[in-house]
Write a protein that binds this ligand. Sequence first.
Ligand SMILES: Cc1cc2nc3c(=O)[nH]c(=O)nc-3n(C[C@H](O)[C@H](O)[C@H](O)COP(=O)(O)OP(=O)(O)OC[C@H]3O[C@@H](n4cnc5c(N)ncnc54)[C@H](O)[C@@H]3O)c2cc1C
Length: 406
Amino acid sequence: MKIGVIGGGAAGFFSAISAKESNPDATVIILEKSSKYLSKVKVSGGGRCNVTNACFDTKKLSGHYPRGEHFLRKAFAVFDAQSTMNWFTEKGVKLKTYPDGCVFPLSNSSQSIIDCFLWECRERGVELKSGFSVNKITVLSQGFEVWNGSENSYFDKLIVTTGGQPKRSGLNWLEELGLEVIEPVPSLFTFNMPENPVRDLMGNVTEETTVRIEGSKLSGKGPLLITHWGMSGPAVLQLSAWGARELHEKQYHFAILVNWLHEKKEEDVRSILDKEKSLFPDRKMVNQKPFDFTNRLWSFLLSKAGVPEQLTWKELSGKTLNRLVNILINDRYEVRGKTTFKEEFVTAGGVSLNEVDVRTMQAKKIPGLHFAGELLDIDGITGGFNFQAAWTTGFIAGRSAATIQE
Ligand SMILES: Cc1cc2nc3c(=O)[nH]c(=O)nc-3n(C[C@H](O)[C@H](O)[C@H](O)COP(=O)(O)OP(=O)(O)OC[C@H]3O[C@@H](n4cnc5c(N)ncnc54)[C@H](O)[C@@H]3O)c2cc1C
């Protein structure tokens, strides 16, 4: 049995090793277009590689994928986050879990993951071929022919793991096989707010924030970071992932409403402000803050609500209080464009999951042709979920390709 793995990234290596583990007699060859293998693994997680998330309930785990949730829930029954941690640990990569569930190599270096993959390939005899960019697959009566423009190769089975494609044209060679492809759009980006004075608060982090898209049900929760360009942090990135398609349609021109107090409701905020007023009537509002904000954020929000700098709590009128309440829980910002989040970005869209049998990652229409990784219409939020999807689909694709006899 000769298996070709197209793409030498996370899913490609994982499926190749999984294929060899399942069937050591199979010939497994990774075909990589560039001169470097695993280049995204190298830069992932700021060079530390967030390999997975210690979320051991498959239902909860699959809830972190804006696209692919139901498909992955079935796949996680076969290979989940615990399986990932066991896999790396058994192969000698020590891991560390952080309080937010993110799992990194104990070495804090993505090189540990790369070394592990290269070592496994060497030990098991997985062959590596770089500089081979596949641009055509021909389905033969027995097996497949792959073509890179000047050279062809023949395989009994193929596993396609070419990763997220920013442009639909990058998927043409798969569409030519009659496979349905979902238009790719970016996910995991930060929001640009040109000219907005909030950017003067660059570096400010609020731990518990809710960000909603105006006129939509989409929201993101968690820390919010103000940047030189606008807003970032987990709340914004989550929102960019869940809203990837909708925001693309809006061409990244939309408005957000920030609740600086997480999910607090108007009545709660009013009662907190009233209490502050009765406890500290003579103190200046700017110096006496009732919330766990930085001084600069508090004074920015006061000024946005039209509270004069010298105003004491007892001088706060009903009208100004109303404005302040609104700014605290419904603070509106215009977003004009996006910036790629440099720590982790992915593509939503790719090969439609309708085309793929989750038990084998095989194309329903083309036996022997398997898929894994970000090439599929699967993407997760930040926190190790994207690699988890690559390991899970790679594991199933590799094992199935190596063991199913046509
Ligand atoms: C900066 C950054 C940081 C990230 N950090 C994290 C993180 O910490 N945790 C996390 O879970 N996710 C992270 N991600 C997302 C994660 O890297 C991807 O989801 C993951 O790499 C997908 O794996 P893949 O194997 O499907 O695709 P890729 O890793 O993109 O690999 C695809 C490979 O296929 C090759 N290829 C493409 N076309 C062809 C062709 N026609 N012929 C031959 N070869 C081809 C490519 O050159 C590439 O080597 C990060 C992403 C980025 C960009």
